[in-house]
Ligand binder design. Structure first.
Ligand SMILES: *Cc1c(COP(=O)(O)O)cnc(C)c1O
Length: 380
């Protein structure tokens, strides 16, 4: 599966390259689907440029793998996905922002209605057309972001006069604590969702994100909406990640230099060489998605890169355009000017880096910059 991204520059001119493995994304989707019974549909969350992997190529790869229902966040994402996938079912999670209804109808996009006002607006639209238009209704079972309160949900859906011709195409809710399956919130949300949607068993129901898929059948209902797992991320913090990595970031070594013992490295002079060090300066920084919070200092270890099986810890602050790596103990022939260093990928899990950066791998993926050469192919 290849996607030819247009590349105006010679490969040598880039500071690094970002490789995306579309076949791995397809495999991850098939793996998640294999966890479901035949009655449950496996959809895909492709918001935020498919978590940084590219909405168009990743959307196509997922459709080719058999995925038919897609979730994005904002209307612009929905409409560009519609250009890519004319036959897919597309839901926009952000719902019915003012001024969006006509665009949704024109482009056959289904809003995920997230408040009473949005549901009422949609119902009025259906009533004036004398027919139902497809849309999901989001019920809040405890996360308190989008969604009708359980009371609003039940009062609305049970009121036939109010609903008029509108029949929702999906009833959904979202887990707040899926990444920690033992959290009591999960069971509470599950029970509440099951209870308030029970009278509407003729309408499809959906509760699970990636973590919900991995948490087992009772969370699956009729449709699941995985995102992060498709892109190789770690949906459940406490377990070994079963997904294949799909992205690899490699940056080029610009300079290899010596740092005398006692000297400091980088902005703020926050890291002191405790012995004579050899460092490699690589062309990737926070502008390329290498989050600055994974910086290192005398008080706190930062992230790392990998060079042919050798760990190269980050030294000092991560800058906008470069990172300094400790290569003191790595064989000299592996640390060559112009060579590529793995900053994130099969040997540097985004979830591991994220632990140093006090964030989650979602943020690493969705931050992947636009400055690297993008290559679609295997992560070899
Ligand atoms: C982003 C999102 C998903 C996908 O979540 P992951 O944790 O990435 O699997 C599913 N449902 C909703 C409502 C979302 O916002």
């Amino acid at each position: 599966m290849l996607f030819a991204a247009e590349d105006p520059f010679h490969t040598d001119l880039y500071g690094g390259r970002l490789t995306i493995d579309l076949e791995a994304i397809a495999q991850n989707w098939r793996f998640l689907k294999s966890k479901l019974t035949d009655n449950t549909e496996c959809a895909a969350a492709v918001k935020a440029d498919a978590y940084g992997t590219g909405q168009e190529p990743s959307g196509r790869a997922l459709f080719d793998a058999g995925c038919r229902t897609f979730f994005v966040a904002v209307p612009t994402e929905a409409i560009s996905l519609r250009q890519t996938l004319p036959d897919a079912t597309i839901y926009a999670l952000n719902g019915l922002l003012p001024g969006t209804a006509d665009h949704y109808l024109e482009n056959d996009i289904r809003p995920v209605l997230g408040s009473l006002v949005e549901v009422r607006d949609w119902i009025n639209l259906c009533k004036s057309a004398g027919r139902s238009f497809d849309a999901a209704v989001h019920v809040d079972t405890g996360i308190h972001r989008l969604g009708l309160s359980p009371d609003e949900f039940s009062a609305t859906l049970s009121d036939a006069d109010l609903m008029g011709p509108f029949v929702p195409s999906l009833l959904m809710s979202h887990l707040a604590c899926g990444s920690t399956p033992d959290h009591e919130m999960n069971g509470r949300q599950l029970e509440l969702f099951r209870e308030i949607t029970a009278p509407y068993a003729h309408i499809k129901r959906s509760l699970a994100n990636s973590a919900g898929v991995l948490m087992g059948h009772e969370y699956h209902f009729d449709l699941v909406r995985p995102g992060i797992s498709l892109y190789g991320g770690q949906a459940i913090e406490t377990e070994i990640n079963p997904m294949k990595p799909v992205a690899k970031v490699e940056a080029r070594i610009m300079i290899v230099r010596n740092v005398p013992e006692g000297d400091t490295i980088g902005y703020g002079a926050r890291q002191t060489a405790r012995r004579h060090l050899k460092n490699a300066v690589v062309a990737a920084g926070y502008a390329d998605g290498m989050l600055r919070s994974a910086s290192s200092s005398d008080d706190r270890a930062g992230g790392f890169a990998m060079i042919e099986g050798h760990k190269a810890p980050i030294l000092g602050r991560i800058s906008m355009d470069m990172i300094t790596l400790d290569v003191t103990d790595i064989p000299e022939n592996l640390v060559k000017r112009g060579a590529f260093v793995e900053m994130l990928g099969p040997n540097v899990a985004a979830a591991d880096l994220a632990a140093y950066a006090e964030t989650i791998d979602y943020e690493y993926l969705t931050s992947l910059g636009q400055r690297f050469r993008r290559v679609y192919g295997p992560l070899t």
